[in-house]
Design a protein around this ligand. Structure first.
Ligand code: CXF
Ligand code: ZN
Length: 373
């Protein structure tokens, strides 16, 4: 145990997060210690709190951390002391998916990200001398300091020196998922129509990326008109409130069918309805979390006969080392203005930030944990 930190501890759905002193383990050769400047809050953090994912509690969550490297193990080449970094999910680096630059499908995703310990079972955090669950997405960044790994840290390019870390922090989860789904997983082609169900972080990122790809029309569907207004500013050419007859409106706009449908809701009825709107060779990409036992039903001749594809997507097929800098460059150039989604909160106000996410008042809350400079 080498360094004292302050972390927000999640004990489950009954209690608010509690900020308390914790200690970090000594670094392994492939690890870095990062002083956290900011961290986004994602629905996956809340799914763990609500015990919908098999991550043990009590635990330090937070997986959209950004900060300054304070110490590195002997084998680390991803960044050096003093570098500004953003963090994302961890991966093993040697399974068939990692070898194929598809680390979001790492065969060891669970032990590397969700076991509460390092993949070898050792704790990264201690509270009152006892092991505390951590290493969430290889970081546990709702804290003043985090242990990260060579494979889930990306150095912020120097060209981004003027972009604060409390803007860049959330780039390694929902934003890369939505943008990657469009640009990498589905490889959306210019001139083809795309519809996005759900205008949260992932859906908005997909809409911005669809504009980059030159898709059209770009149709956003959501229950909240305020989100649809923002979706239009970010790239949607048409919006439909989900209380309207969505299928009829899409058929009117795209009589030949959709080239791409992208579902962020995980609602089966919506997914099956979206599949029925696909043009020949159309692709429906799925990122929304459904009930663990949910099954989908599609017509076989429509699937096979039209060459249609149903694509499960994790993390937008992101290879973070190359894709996160690419997204940062789109941000710089004004093509990916994800700062429009962010609302900032002080670390001490983490429970208010969570409430703002759950009420829908803020699309992407970001905690300010320590000053950058
Ligand atoms: C993850 C899922 C696995 C890859 C990166 C993003 N989602 C987090 O909320
Ligand atoms: Zn997330």
């Amino acid at each position: 145990m080498t360094l004292q930190s302050r972390a927000a501890i999640c004990s489950g759905p009954e209690a608010p997060f509690e900020i308390a002193p914790v200690a970090l383990d000594a670094l392994r050769p492939d690890e870095l210690r990062v002083r956290i400047v900011a961290c986004g809050i994602c629905h996956t953090d809340l799914a763990v709190r609500d015990r919908q994912l098999p991550v043990p509690v009590p635990v330090v969550l937070g997986h959209e951390g950004a900060g300054i490297v304070e110490a590195v193990g002997a084998d680390v080449t991803a960044a050096k002391v003093g570098d500004r970094v953003v963090m994302s999910f961890n991966s093993c680096g040697h399974c068939p998916s990692c070898a194929d630059h598809a680390p979001t499908y790492c065969y060891d995703f669970f032990p590397e990200n969700w076991s509460g310990t390092r993949a070898d079972g050792s704790p990264t955090l201690f509270r009152d001398g006892e092991p505390l669950n951590g290493n969430f997405f290889g970081q546990s960044s709702f804290a003043t300091h985090a242990i990260a790994h060579q494979r889930n840290v990306v150095k912020v390019p120097e060209t981004m020196d003027d972009v604060p870390l409390d803007i860049l922090a959330p780039i390694g989860c929902g934003l890369m998922t939505g943008a990657g789904a469009v640009l990498r997983s589905m490889q959306v082609r210019a001139g083809l129509p795309l519809a996005v169900w759900g205008a949260g972080t992932v859906g908005m990122a997909a809409i911005m990326a669809a504009r980059i790809a030159g898709a059209g029309p770009i149709i956003a569907i959501d229950l909240h008109d305020s989100r649809l207004d923002l979706a239009r500013e970010l790239g949607a050419t048409h919006t439909i409130n989900g209380r309207e007859d969505v299928a009829a409106k899409i058929r009117e706009l795209c009589p030949a069918g959709l080239g791409y449908a992208f579902d962020t809701t995980g609602v089966n009825r919506l997914i099956e309805g979206a599949f029925n709107l696909l043009a020949p060779k159309g692709v429906i990409g799925l990122v929304g979390a459904s009930a663990p036992d949910a099954e989908l039903t599609f017509n076989e001749s429509a699937l096979m006969g039209g060459g249609r594809r149903v694509m499960g997507i994790l993390g937008g097929d992101s290879d973070i080392v190359t894709f996160l800098p690419e997204l940062m460059e789109h941000y710089r150039a004004g093509r990916f203005p994800f700062d429009r989604l962010i609302g900032h909160f002080a670390f001490e106000d983490i429970n208010a930030a969570i409430a703002a996410s759950e009420s829908g008042a803020v699309i992407k809350p970001v905690l300010r944990i320590s000053p950058e400079g």
